[in-house]
Design a protein around this ligand. Sequence first.
Ligand code: THU
Length: 134
Amino acid sequence: METEEIRHLLAKALEARKNSYSPYSLYPVGAAVMAGDGTIYTGCNMENVSYPASLCAERNALGSAIADGKRDFLAIAIIGSPDDYTMPCGICRQVLAEFRVPLIICGKSENDYRLFTLEEIFPAAFTADELKKK
Ligand code: THU
């Protein structure tokens, strides 16, 4: 993926972060996922007073894409704290694996980011193949 596209995806994640509903953690997160056709879907974290009912930015972004009929993806960008690279949580990694999102862009800003492959951050994943082995 071109640097310009990466920066654009990070800018979209940053924009979505502004809408974060995170009154409990006070840790706003934004995400932007690019579908195979280049369409970008964004999401932010959405917390709940019943804490486990909260949803991460990545799954919100992917949910929008899925609702729009998308099934294949090129990359996802995530921005949380400007002081560190926010890594996807375990549940989000499982969801990223479900849709084989190949590239994970963790940013502090549009110009400061780290790139990871799905395999790097979620090796030896439980996948649909395992179900065939029962
Ligand atoms: N969070 C995300 O939205 N994505 C991540 O990758 C890490 C954590 C959210 C969940 C919760 O609303 C807040 O950040 C603090 O954990």
